[in-house]
Design a protein. Sequence first.
Length: 156
Amino acid sequence: MDASRHLPRARPQAAGFTLVEVLVALVVLAVGLLGIAGLYVEGLRAGRTSVYRTTAVTLASDMADRIRLNPTGDYTGAGPGEDRDCVNGVDPCDPDSLAQDDWFRWLEELRLRLPAGAGATIERQDLAPLEQFVIRIEWPEVGQETPASYTLALQL
């Protein structure tokens, strides 16, 4: 009798992955991708916030320059100003009319460049011998209850 006939046959080595291994790998991959997606969304939000803040800084600096050019004009309040056509008009404007014209044009720019609901205020404070103007810009941010803001203090 042949001895090799009664010996158990060796099982062939398994090649590839089992279904359980594939499912575990998919779960690990899905958790990792969800984490990456969350970071991506947070990065987009932070990028949008930084663009709005940079815009607010630029707009506040623009109004500060307007006040420096017309220090006797009445810039206090929250606008809205009036289109007096002081820059292109035939007749020159007095300082208060120029301030109203500046408010009007500046608020138009603010509303174009910041989200709906954005606003601004300017306060004048007497700090003898200096005067200080406090320019405050606020705008709504998605996901925040209180609006974001930027404040610039200008001393003349």
